[in-house]
Write a new protein. Structure first.
Length: 627
């Protein structure tokens, strides 16, 4: 998410809050009885195996056999909930082979540890806060486990001694913005979400005013939580030190987005309704993104008739809320063409990612979306560096450099890409855009925050600007000269191992792959980087690289034929969120990906013996059928 450093050109000077009473409460406080809300909910949920069903008060005595071993196992489960800079786990029964591990008890322990961590950090940064208590906002997406787990977060953060502000249904970017937008300006925030993962999953994202927490920071918090859980006699709190205050931050956040659109379009005839005459269709996928329709677009005069799946539904009944999902993009495309809309928008569940469809029905995601945002940024900031993950195409590099930009390819993972952009700016390389092919896009002008709604705001402003300048061409015209790779394939290989050993096994396999390439056992395959950074032609070489802790192993390899002509590239990486490997490849020659896959199977997997530890079904299928 957001970085640890804010752009000096966009940071707002905040008025310090001296009393807890000065914190805004936009919705009147309601009496909060955790015994009624949490345990009654958990009792009702028990029949369907909800996360809350595991909640219980447990006392440990010396006579309880195996208690220590049980606690050790629970501590291990808490540690394994860390997924890079997030916490992710199974919150509901229903997944084959996966037990519930993100329980209310563990969430409370993690939330309390986060509260402790925030308080200690602020004490180090400031000489004295007087009587002012640390404030933490809490938001959630519509998942059906969210209400129960929110209560656990309230209890944990309150136990740590923080004031708690309940945002209710929210987006991940809004949670961060609640720490910087006055008059809210909370000290920290927690978002309950598992992004586009199934309804059975849930997770936690953490923010301070500096941005999203790093992987090492989340690891520290999970370790603290594991120790807390093991040493606690009563596993779940039945008393909140301070009840949460209910706040309607989403209204303020929506107003913030509307103001940006009005100010930057500065419409000559209808300033307050600059989107009048434009039809924009939103597909929220039953996630948190519906607000963008009624609280942003409608109030600016846009016609949003034909929008899809706006109502929050934690079962996600229509399709995966994901701008990379083919069903989501297909349904949005059909709606755009049916209604003759100017633009279609697809959000993921928590709205930190987005994709769009142009008026011709062309999906714009992946490399195309990066190209679109690059075109906009390079018009506003000529010569800027654009940071992307290492799965982008050679054609995208050409697209960026042809427009005078510089292209830096870096490690897969949105935090990796964003942190690289921060570092480049610190080293004097002007970098205004950091994007992943998954749809995460962060801007220097917006706190280095990956905000799917803000990215759509940028696209809408550009669309209106083009119209006001007399152009009848839609935003798709900005990427019409982007060449698409002839072939592009992604395959997944599940690691066959117990969950606690899967990460280590994945690392071992990827390092074996690197050794095979370095030793020339795969003829024509050459490492494109050290695995940490690959800087393309046209990008200033960064001589002051600041290595970050590696959250997942990955390598990119160039593939040549016998005549030393480049066939394409391969990128093999360890998934942060799941026990599998992702194999991405692109080729500029017909049948190139098929040949790459066959060589990968025969000359690496079989030759190394790594196929014994992987489910190679997708590789075998593609090698035999080409699909």
């Amino acid at each position: 998410m957001a970085s640890a450093t804010l752009s000096t050109s966009t940071t707002t000077r905040l008025k310090p809050i001296t009393r807890a009473e000065s914190l805004p409460t936009l919705i009147p406080n309601r009496p909060f009885n955790p015994n009624v809300i949490s345990f009654a909910f958990f009792k009702r949920a028990a029949g369907r195996g909800a996360a809350g069903a595991t909640v219980r008060a447990t006392w440990r005595t010396a006579e309880q056999g195996g208690a220590v071993a049980e606690d050790e196992e629970e501590m291990g489960r808490i540690r394994r909930l860390q997924n890079g800079s997030d916490v992710r786990g199974v919150a509901l029964d229903g997944e084959k082979g996966r037990a519930v591990d993100l329980t209310a008890a563990t969430v409370e322990a993690i939330a309390e540890s986060f509260g402790d961590w925030i308080i200690q950090g602020l004490e180090k940064e400031t000489e004295s806060r007087g009587e002012q208590r640390v404030s933490v906002s809490v938001g959630r997406d519509p998942r059906i486990s969210g209400s129960a787990l929110s209560v656990a977060v309230f209890a944990g953060v309150s136990r740590a001694g923080c004031l708690v502000f309940d945002m209710g249904l929210a987006t991940t970017p809004a949670c961060f913005m609640s720490t910087v937008l006055p008059p809210f300006s909370y000290d920290a925030s927690i978002m309950l979400t598992a992004s586009h993962l199934p309804y059975t999953r849930n997770g936690m994202k953490f923010f301070t005013k500096r941005g999203g927490l790093s992987s090492p920071e989340v690891e520290e918090i999970c370790e603290r939580a594991a120790q807390k859980y093991a040493n606690r006699v009563v596993k779940v709190s039945t008393l909140l030190r301070t009840p949460p205050s209910r706040v309607d931050f989403m209204a303020a956040y929506s107003r913030h987005l509307r103001d940006i659109i009005k100010q930057r379009i500065n419409h000559p005839t209808h300033y307050d309704t600059p989107l009048k005459g434009f039809q924009i269709i939103v597909n929220a996928g039953n996630g948190s993104g519906g607000f963008f329709t009624w609280d942003v677009l409608d109030k600016l005069g846009a016609d949003t008739f034909g929008s899809l799946h706006l109502n929050p539904d934690g079962m996600f009944p229509n399709h995966i809320p994901n701008p990379e999902d083919k069903v989501a993009m297909s349904l949005t495309r059909a709606a755009v063409l049916k209604h003759g809309a100017d633009l279609g928008v697809v959000f993921d569940t928590d709205v930190d990612r987005s994709g769009v469809v142009d008026r011709e029905g062309n999906p714009i995601n992946g490399d195309k979306l990066i190209a679109l945002m690059s075109a906009i940024i390079l018009r506003e900031h000529p010569g800027s560096c654009i940071v992307t993950d290492a799965r982008t195409s050679v054609a995208l590099t050409k697209f960026i450099t042809d427009r005078g930009g510089q292209h830096c390819l870096y490690r897969v993972g949105y935090r990796n890409v964003i942190d690289k952009g921060i570092q480049l700016n610190e080293d004097g390389v002007e970098t205004h855009l950091m994007m992943e092919t998954s749809g995460h896009g962060a801007f220097k002008e917006n706190y280095f925050l990956d905000d799917g709604a803000y990215m759509v705001v940028k696209i809408i402003i550009e669309m209106v600007r083009m119209k006001l300048e007399g152009s009848d061409e839609g935003i798709g015209n900005l990427v019409k000269d982007l060449e698409e790779p002839l072939e592009s394939v992604e395959l997944r290989l599940n690691v066959i191992s117990e969950p606690r050993f899967a990460k280590a096994k994945a690392v071992e396999i990827i390092e074996t792959f690197r050794n095979f390439v370095q030793e020339g056992k795969l003829e024509g395959w050459e490492l494109d980087s050290c695995g940490d950074c690959w800087v393309s032609e046209g990008c200033l070489v960064d001589l002051n690289d600041h290595p970050k802790p590696i959250d997942a192993q990955m390598y990119r390899v160039k593939v040549f034929d016998k005549e030393r002509r480049e066939v394409g590239w391969v990128h093999l990486r360890q998934s942060i969120h799941n026990p599998n490997l992702a194999l991405n490849m692109q080729s500029s020659v017909p049948g190139g990906c098929l040949q790459i896959t066959t060589d990968f199977r025969d000359k690496f997997l079989a030759a190394s013996g790594c196929d014994r530890f992987l489910d190679v079904g997708e590789v075998e299928k593609f090698a035999h059928t080409g699909i």
